[in-house]
Design a binder for this molecule. Sequence first.
Ligand code: FAD
Length: 318
Amino acid sequence: MTIPELISQSNGKARISYELLPPVKGSSIETIFSTLDRLMLFQPPFINITYHREEVSYVKQADGSLIPSVVRKRPGTVGIAAAIQARYKVDVVPHIICGGFTKQETEDALIDLDFLGITNLLVVRGDGDKITGRFTPNPRGHRYASGLIDQIMAMNRGIYHEQYVENPTRTKFSVGVAGYPEKHPESPNAEQDLLFLKEKVDMGAEYIVTQMFYDNELFFNFVKRCRKAGIHIPVIPGIKPITTKEHLNMLPRTFHLSIPEPLVREVNNCKDNKQVKEVGVQWASGQIKELIAAGHPFVHIYTMGKVDHIVKISENVL
Ligand code: FAD
């Protein structure tokens, strides 16, 4: 089923979807299963699995010098999605990114997903470089998520990148995209950001999952602005609970988002991160309850691979 179909079938019943990260290279898939064994008790409508491109890591040599080395720390997105789908019979949404891929490699990955019966995709450009923050596209790949959506929609019409393909199968991919209540950091302004979002929707995106936010008013305004701009697909709010004091600096620095003063004060008053986690659980639970009450029954939680506090939040709101 597509995500909009899941939303309309649930008739306003509150549902929480979860985003998981592939485990770091070398870890067993059991780490994912042990997390999901607990989260599946809440009957999530779908599970997202993020994609992580290769990154440059500096390896210290015996003489103290640093040698750059390209590493992919969290491979396995497609395999994990297939394994989750087979084991839990739940809809899975692997993330597909532009970064690091040629169009040909993207096509091959899409063929793998089609063969595995995975049709729901969250399509994003991908993060910038960890050091400079700058995104550099593969010269034979896509610069923006819209280009990737275009390629996927072409495959849905039976048009493949490799032109020699005979009797091309029409794939049945359904695409979700990212939206930013506080605008994407690289956009010159919120209006321009919305125009680019509309472009992704016009190309065939069927729903939006938002970047995390800590003040629901930002989300409500974002949805209003989307509707005014002619974007009428479902907008699913993304919630990431705060778990450490460091988040107060790291989240705004990394994602260019704001944290409301009362939440900052509560976190600063905590003795340790155990208390911060409890504040984060209460804040996220309050946000989700308000979102559900305001007519947004599908809420997406960024788990970052941690489970105890996510279980608490799910118990609080469902
Ligand atoms: P785009 O829609 O391509 O937009 C990127 C920037 O370019 C924006 O500033 C936009 O306004 C601008 N832009 C768009 N189109 C044009 C155009 N035609 N001309 C000029 N400018 C344009 N990252 C990962 O690496 N892996 C993941 O799994 C992942 N999952 C995510 C899930 C969600 C729900 C969200 C919100 C983010 C996720 N990200 C992930 C992060 C994402 O890759 C970054 O936020 C990235 O910087 C932007 O992705 P996008 O798809 O929104 O980009």
